[in-house]
Unconditional design. Structure first.
Length: 159
């Protein structure tokens, strides 16, 4: 029996619904999404897990001592940034998990196809000799040819 890691397949209407949901998600998030580019990503000061606690505690201290903070520091904007960061982080975690499932499914589908193709190729090699499939076998067999030059084997010297 052949391998079948991924056995449920979507119909065209299901793929269309999937695409529509992705488009809706992209459109909903588009107003807030930023494109930094490689230079912007490189220069951005990162807020990692350890820095996040620092940022939240500093924000709380700044709010509690607003009279010490110059008006050029927009605490309301910092609060909005923190709230949006939290909301985006939740969705990001869900999307990462979803992407991992998509990658696993893609690997499973490819594995199913490759396993079936290898089985078919082996069968064609066995039975195709008498069926005029020599050219097809040679073409399919190119998949297994090694690329590059083979290193010359050292010659043995008699001592």
């Amino acid at each position: 029996m052949g391998q079948n890691l991924a056995s449920v397949h979507l119909h065209e209407t299901q793929w269309a619904a999937f695409d529509a949901a992705m488009t809706a998600m992209e459109q909903a998030a588009e107003p807030m999404l930023v494109v930094l580019g490689s230079e912007g990503r490189r220069r951005a000061v990162r807020m990692g897990d350890r820095s996040e606690a620092f940022c939240r505690r500093t924000y709380d201290a700044m709010r509690g001592n607003a009279s010490l903070i110059p008006t050029t520091v927009d605490l309301d904007e910092m609060a909005r940034d923190l709230a949006s960061h939290d909301a985006l982080a939740q969705r990001h975690a869900r999307l990462v998990q979803f992407m991992e499932k998509m990658q696993d499914t893609d690997i499973a589908l490819g594995s199913d196809v490759m396993t079936a193709a290898l089985t078919g190729y082996a069968l064609l090699k066995l039975t195709g000799r008498t069926e005029g499939l020599d050219t097809l076998q040679r073409e399919l067999g190119k998949r297994f040819e090694r690329s590059g030059r083979r290193k010359a084997e050292p010659t043995s010297r008699a001592a």
